[in-house]
Design a protein around this ligand. Structure first.
Ligand code: CU
Length: 336
């Protein structure tokens, strides 16, 4: 039995035991990985992106790609570290019959090794930092003249969307305000640069559209709070997408929902033309739902995109007698 450079015993028989053990470990790791993926019910795409959902904006997709590559980088580092740990544990244990005071070869001042494990993490951090900054710059980039600019006003507990540069016949800005009965629709065009200017009239809210993979806090007095309160993006898919308030802002925070309705540019222009004109049925400017109804009547191919009310979420029922608990107990109904 000879001694290897680590000072521990080794021979051929030991070597063959080792290879059997490695094969067994590899099989076990493979099986565990397979079970984890199969049991999670993830598609390959979801698994590759570590659960991040696809986005409907190039900005959101960029972050999703970054997340995926950062995950791969972390996994590669993880696999190397795990391999070193298991290799040490499996093949560099103290022999059973080794003398109690026997020590493996001792290293003094392993300068080259120290250099390696200082330089490699530094390179990893530098690469991650580079991609973090370039992704962030892409996501937060703003051009001077966006195609559409919307004031997003958050208040307890709803939203107002105020379109800059679009006016009703009486000179007011075209705006959509949510109520307890109606979810506000933020109608927007696809393939255009949209700027969102965020403002709160009371507490801190947060503008969150899950399909954007992006959210930003909505502050009162953003300039006094030293906040850049606007961002831009481009939506590349038509459809209805739910929006939420993502900052606990009071009693009805969870009901503070809205819907982004992304139309084609052509449909959006028709929608805005209606919003800027008088609805003959009411003699008032077209509301969001009336304009969408008219759009759907004029062009039946618009389909669900022209549904007059939100389809991704529904208004909170403010009738306190409607809860099953109240009906069962007679509490809060005022008529017991
Ligand atoms: Cu809120």
């Amino acid at each position: 039995m000879g001694r290897n450079r680590w000072g521990w015993a080794s021979n051929r028989r030991l070597g063959s035991n080792r290879s059997t053990r490695s094969t067994r470990s590899a099989k076990l790791i493979g099986l565990v990985t397979l079970v984890v993926f199969a049991a999670s019910g993830c598609t390959t795409d979801q698994a590759l992106h570590f659960g991040w959902p696809p986005a409907i904006t190039p900005q959101g997709e960029k972050m999703r790609q970054f997340w995926m590559y950062a995950g791969f980088a972390a996994l590669i580092v993880g696999v190397i570290v795990w391999a070193l740990i298991f290799w040490t544990v499996a093949f560099h244990r103290k022999r059973k019959n080794a003398p109690a005071d026997e020590l493996p070869r001792q290293f003094q001042d392993p300068g080259k090794l120290e250099l390696v494990y200082t330089v490699i993490p530094f390179v990893i951090i530098a690469v991650l930092f580079y991609f973090t900054v370039t992704t962030q710059n892409f996501v937060l980039n703003k051009i001077p003249n966006p195609d559409v600019e919307v004031n997003v006003v958050a208040f307890q507990w709803n939203w107002e969307f105020d379109y800059k540069g679009y006016h009703t016949p009486d000179g007011q800005d075209v705006k959509t305000i949510g109520s307890s009965q109606e979810i506000p629709l933020l109608v927007l065009p696809t393939e255009k640069v949209i700027q969102y200017d965020l403002l709160s009239t009371d507490v801190i809210h947060s503008f969150f559209v899950p399909a954007f993979n992006f959210k930003r806090d909505v502050f009162p007095d953003p300039s006094k709070n030293n906040q850049d309160s606007s961002f831009q993006n481009t939506i590349d898919q038509t459809g209805p997408f739910v929006g939420r308030c993502a900052e606990l802002c009071g009693t009805y925070h969870s009901m503070m929902n809205f819907e982004v309705r992304a139309l084609t540019d052509d449909e959006f222009n028709q929608y805005m033309k209606l919003r800027e004109s008088i609805d003959p049925q009411t003699n008032q400017p077209y509301t969001a739902s009336a304009a969408l109804t008219k759009l759907g009547q004029d062009d039946p191919s618009c389909g669900t995109l022209c549904t007059p009310y939100a389809v991704t979420t529904h208004p909170f029922d403010t009738d306190r007698t409607s809860g099953s608990a109240s009906q069962d107990t007679g509490l809060n109904t005022g008529d017991n």
